[in-house]
Design a protein around this ligand. Structure first.
Ligand code: C2E
Ligand code: CA
Ligand code: CA
Ligand code: CA
Length: 279
């Protein structure tokens, strides 16, 4: 790490790529993480703006290592992706999210979706459809309870393969969304053909939406795009009432962010889902 004087030290170490040694150290530790029960999922509520009801949650991976402590996804997900470990980790996430969805259903909570992040590497493997199906079957879960979040960058390569896999997943009955929408370069012509259910507006556009006219224009455009293509639109990273006001005014369907709730362990989210409990 470079010492740049004052508090810029932290800035440089975080912005720089991890050193080879640190990467190896993380990779080796991560290799043991599943077997050692170090992984867990937190769940962040997604809220419908017109009703303030919780419609579902996004499952977000957490890793607590016995000596490294809690390692943020921004550090270990890239290592997991480059090492290929994301495939087995992602499979664990899928199964765990389905198991939790099953527990919620058993508590009488229905009509929610549990969104799971899929990495490009996972998505491109030929067995992804079978893995999703077996995760659902194992928990006897209605497929509509699970949503798979795909990043926009994933959609840009091998359009035909991507399209086929998406159609196979839709045929099972899971929902599909495009994560971090607006940050990639997906062609709008393709967007029309992809069988997606919703767009997630990236946090970077939501951040400044109340002050920056460019960000406001981008968010407004995505909301209108969703409306005309009959896709739900959810804004992520909503932290301030002014952002919420803007999104509500523009007719954005739903939102997710610290203003409503942080990602938290399942047992803490459960009470927030009681509105979805069968009478
Ligand atoms: P993401 O999919 O875009 O997830 C949203 C991130 O924004 C999460 O960070 C969440 O905690 C954070 N967030 C939510 N609301 C707010 C807010 O109001 N303000 C701010 N500043 N942040 C907010 P997290 O949990 O650290 O995850 C980071 C990224 O790691 C995720 O970005 C996703 O790309 C990846 N990731 C997390 N879990 C998984 C997983 O199970 N599989 C895969 N492949 N990637 C995952
Ligand atoms: Ca996501
Ligand atoms: Ca996102
Ligand atoms: Ca994001």
């Amino acid at each position: 790490a470079k010492y740049a004087g004052g508090n810029t030290f932290r800035f440089f170490t975080e912005a720089m790529n991890l050193s080879t040694i640190e990467r190896l150290r993380l990779e080796n530790a991560l290799r043991q993480a599943i077997a050692n029960n170090e992984l867990s999922l937190h769940y962040q509520p997604q809220v419908e703006l017109t009703t303030a009801k919780v419609l579902g949650v996004e499952a977000l991976l957490r890793w607590t290592h016995p000596t490294l402590g809690s390692v943020p996804p921004s550090r270990f997900i890239p290592v997991a992706e480059e090492s290929g470990l994301i495939v087995s980790i992602g499979e664990w996430v899928l199964n765990e999210a389905c198991a939790q969805a099953r527990r919620w259903r058993d508590e009488g909570i229905s009509g929610i979706t549990v969104a799971v992040n899929l990495s490009a590497l996972q998505f491109r493997r030929s067995d992804i459809v079978a893995k999703v199906r077996s995760a659902l079957d194992r928990c006897a879960l209605p497929a509509g309870m699970i949503e798979l979040e795909l990043t926009e960058s994933l959609l840009m390569h091998n359009a035909d393969d991507v399209m086929r896999t998406m159609h196979e997943l839709k045929a099972i009955g899971v929902k599909l969304s495009i994560d971090d929408f607006g940050t990639g370069y997906s062609s709008l012509a393709y967007l029309k053909r992809y069988p997606v259910d919703r767009l997630k507006i990236d946090r970077s556009f939501v951040n400044d939406v109340a002050n920056d006219p460019d960000d406001a224009a981008i968010v407004r455009t995505i909301v209108q795009l969703g409306r005309s293509m009959k896709l739900d639109v959810i804004a992520e990273g909503v932290e301030h009432p002014a952002q919420l006001d803007f999104l509500t005014m523009e007719g954005c369907h739903s939102a997710q962010g610290y203003l409503f709730a942080k990602p938290m362990p399942a047992d803490q989210v459960t009470p927030l889902l009681y509105g979805k409990r069968d009478p």
